[in-house]
Design a protein around this ligand. Sequence first.
Ligand code: 5GP
Ligand code: MN
Length: 354
Amino acid sequence: MPLCNLCKFVHLQKKSMITKIIAEDLILRAKNLLHHSDDVVIVSHQGPDGDALGSSLAMADFLTQQGKNVQVMYPDSFPGFLDWMPGANNALVYEKDPEACESFLCKADIIVCLDFNQLKRIGSLGKKIEQSKAKKLVFDHHPGPDQFADVQISYPQFASTSEIVFRYICRSGCFDEMTLACAECVYTGMMTDTGAFTYNSNNEEMYFIISQLIRKGIDKDDIYNKVFNNYSADRMSLMGFVLNHGMKVMPEYHTAVMSLSLQDLKDYNYQVGDTEGFVNLPLSIDGIFFSVFFREDTKKIKISFRSRGTFPTNRIASDLFGGGGHLNASGGEFYGSMEDALRLLEDSLPKYIF
Ligand code: 5GP
Ligand code: MN
């Protein structure tokens, strides 16, 4: 019998439930670990981004609602355009306040690690966590995890760790208890790790989840504005500078390379997070599918890689710059001069791109 319009709608709604991708056994083991813990430390990676904050603050909100004593900490500072996020101002930064972080780590029953899967991704905080007797629980979406946790919920097929946190909360039977603050954090992480749903974002369940976050009351357009339309004029000028004076386009390798020295950054009053997104810009050039951005830091050169299509940036990141990440977005580090870092990449391009 043909379906009426309303029936078709209901039928569609039933089909758009979320698939149980995370193994039931992992959900139960994570739940059990958390059930037996009162003091919780939540950690995310160095150079925290929207998904690092989104997943960690969403989890912090969820566990606080469950009556846990929760402390969030990051290895170093997060960008100013994320400081509106619910709970961000209560987070500690290890680089700035090591004693306070260590005292929370000492009394933690469990350390929940979000959006990273190798202790080297959290710098010197990694040693402290390795030495801690607390249980360790990982939620992450990067390939190639190290085994350092008691329970590891590691699924590279998800575009963000924030989406994994949402799925975990639902699978724990707690969707109804999810607060608006938690939903805002989940949405921010999902949005930033997909470039506002412009890459890695072709999964229909992602949009079902967004519909559920809207049901919770998030204002997605407002969140977009807070994250992407919240920069300083200096940052805009720095972007102009790097495009005009710091970019080399190599059409023969479908590659563009950008770099900024410490002096360049100083000239434009650089603040943490100001170069976020620069690495994506050259991908809008016709024929360019690989983009690399080198930013000089006080002790190292930080490198970001992005690609369009199937070119695996994480291979170059790991082969040449001790890093890693996803196929289309990865990062690494170089200890030496900018000149040497640029030469290493340029000399290696023929090996990777034919
Ligand atoms: P971004 O370029 O935005 O700093 O990082 C892009 C992606 O690469 C993120 O998923 C991030 O976690 C990962 N990533 C960035 N830097 C490093 C690094 O030094 N080592 C590893 N293993 N991953 C990195
Ligand atoms: Mn992420």
